[in-house]
Design a protein around this ligand. Structure first.
Ligand SMILES: Cc1cc2nc3c(=O)[nH]c(=O)nc-3n(C[C@H](O)[C@H](O)[C@H](O)COP(=O)(O)OP(=O)(O)OC[C@H]3O[C@@H](n4cnc5c(N)ncnc54)[C@H](O)[C@@H]3O)c2cc1C
Length: 526
């Protein structure tokens, strides 16, 4: 039986938070905002939603792979950002794509692009639709007669496995679980696990330079891409399969992170590894977050490469029920194939102890690391239940070199809390964890929570987002370590990237997509 993905919220139809999980979140928020109850609005169901009449009809040649059905158009109207969810709550589907297309081959992708170019129509590549930055919202380009969502989900196969070089040729629309299931019989794995793994695709990961968890050494999808096949309005291109090359700028790099602006990533050869056979992990407590950060830096600079290494500030610990909120937590894990890992873990624990870290001794299954992991996996289901209660709860992330981490953390915390108070008239919360880390700096991940007002949620969210993003950029960070740019991060991306680079990228786009059909407003253009 085919399971349908929800057009509002996270996951498949029928999935969501349990009553106990919901009560735990609400209990936290009641305490935080000092309120007894929340004003809850009803989420429109599909029959309640009025979608605009499609402005175009697919040609007979493409009819078999097109849909103008309400469910398909609603599903492709938004990604999973905070404003997307508010629009969903408000039943605001005015920007729904006119047509959703489901090509099955690279040739069909080219046919869809030809049709779009003939009218013209904007083309929005759509993988899992898990974008949190407005990357899949069908914004029509200048002069476009409408927009189509180009859904890759029917291009979902592992086509070839090369055991000798340990790589596989894989179609861009495959979702995380199917990809790993298809590699399993070969004893291989990509081992790239974004939190959105279950509902995002290989093509989407490559297009957004996604960051995996369990991946301190190989974090971004970039590290796994051996070669790419891309279909653009000017034709298809394929980069050469090589372990490495010094021949000028890397052609694949132009498309890794291109966020659907240059064409469609239809296939990639991906580097694989054998499935890990050994694991060793621990939880370590610290008196405060900055002590934990110092330990983290020492670990990475000592050349240890734990598969998983993250730290949580005390409030993040309390919010995720991993502890009582009096200490910061480090979750540490090593993975490997042949040799025992205990010596690596012992060395890491010794270095952590030098910074005051106390290793936890817990019953199996009862430790802080397991509690954190459960909360982490269940977290994505919260937003769809909190937005109807006017709760503004979102995350943003960055990366910064170590010597500026403290000042960035202080500036971002101050700016965000100030903006929450100004926008909502009451205090809120910001928490921080470090989910990815490098020898020269961490990638801090912030969550903020505020109580908004129905009717003003997007404006209030935007005011907080602006203040936080301004502070990130002013403190020297990047607007995103792994969430991508999309439309939501565009103003700060334009500040971060050099102007000449912006001009060069715009020229590359004009060369590949002269009609400017692809994903208007993302990365470049008006
Ligand atoms: C709950 C949650 C947790 C998340 N956790 C992580 C995380 O841990 N790490 C992380 O990096 N991100 C995370 N994200 C963000 C998101 O999942 C990533 O950006 C992911 O890579 C998007 O993949 P997707 O298949 O859903 O792409 P989509 O959201 O469908 O598309 C993203 C962008 O890529 C373009 N695109 C998609 N497919 C293609 C293609 N084949 N060719 C060309 N362009 C294409 C789209 O046009 C769009 O601009 C999370 C999001 C959510 C909602």
């Amino acid at each position: 039986m085919t399971r349908l993905r929800k057009f509002y919220g996270w996951g498949f139809e029928g999935e969501g938070m349990t009553a106990a999980e919901e009560e735990a979140w609400l209990g936290n928020f009641r305490r935080l905002f000092a309120v007894d109850r929340f004003e809850e609005r009803r989420v429109p169901s599909l029959p309640d939603i009025s979608l605009p009449v499609p402005r175009v009809t697919p040609p007979a040649l493409l009819e078999a792979i097109c849909s103008v059905g309400p469910y398909e158009r609603a599903l492709h109207s938004f990604g999973k950002s905070y404003p997307d969810t508010v629009h969903g709550l408000q039943g605001n589907y005015a920007a729904a794509p006119d047509v959703v297309t489901y090509p099955r081959t690279g040739s069909e992708v080219a046919e869809v692009i030809d049709w779009a170019g003939s009218l013209p129509l904007s083309v929005i590549p759509f993988g899992g639709g898990s974008s949190v930055v407005g990357g899949v919202d069908p914004a029509p380009g200048r002069g476009a007669k409408g927009s189509i969502s180009l859904d890759l989900s029917r291009m979902n196969r592992v086509l070839e496995v090369d055991q000798t070089s340990r790589a596989a040729r894989i179609e861009g629309g495959i979702f995380g679980p199917a990809l790993e299931a298809d590699l399993r019989p070969h004893g291989l794995t990509l081992r790239h696990f974004p939190q959105s793994f279950e509902h995002s695709t290989l093509g989407g990961w490559i297009a957004t330079r996604s960051g995996g968890h369990y991946a301190t050494s190989r974090t971004h999808i970039d590290d796994f891409v051996e070669s790419l096949r891309v279909v653009t309005p000017r034709g298809a291109l394929e980069t050469r399969r090589l372990p490495a090359s010094g021949a000028g700028p890397n052609p694949a790099s132009l498309f890794i992170g291109s966020e659907g602006t240059l064409g469609v990533i239809t296939e990639a050869w991906m580097r694989l590894t054998p499935r890990p056979r050994r694991r060793s992990s621990a939880a370590v407590w610290f008196a405060d977050f900055f002590q934990a950060a110092a330990a983290l830096r020492t670990l990475l600079q000592a050349g240890l490469q734990p598969a998983n290494c993250r730290i949580l500030d005390p409030e993040e610990v309390r919010n995720t029920a991993s502890g009582d909120g009096s200490s910061a937590l480090m979750v540490l894990g090593f993975e490997g194939w042949d040799r025992p890992l205990d010596d690596l873990l012992s060395r890491a624990l010794a270095l952590a102890a030098d910074h005051g870290g106390r290793a936890e001794h817990a019953e199996p299954g009862q430790g802080a690391a397991e509690k954190w992991r459960t909360a982490f996996i269940r977290m994505p289901y919260a937003r769809e239940r909190m937005v109807p209660r006017a709760i503004i709860s979102d995350t943003f992330e960055t990366a910064i070199t170590w010597e500026r981490f403290g000042s960035l953390h202080a500036a971002v915390t101050r700016a965000t809390l100030g903006a929450i108070r100004e926008a909502t008239g009451r205090p809120g919360q910001i928490t921080c964890r470090i989910t990815h880390v490098y020898p020269d700096g961490p990638a801090p991940y912030f969550s903020f929570h505020a109580l908004g007002r129905h009717g003003a949620l997007i404006e209030q969210w935007q005011a907080i987002k602006n203040a936080a993003s301004d502070a990130l950029i002013a403190a020297g960070g990047t607007i995103t370590h792994h969430h991508a740019v999309g439309r939501d991060h565009r103003p700060w991306y334009d500040k971060e990237r050099p102007d000449l680079f912006g001009a060069a990228f715009a020229a590359a786009k004009s060369a590949l997509d002269p009609g400017l059909l692809f994903n208007p407003g993302v990365l470049t253009g008006p």
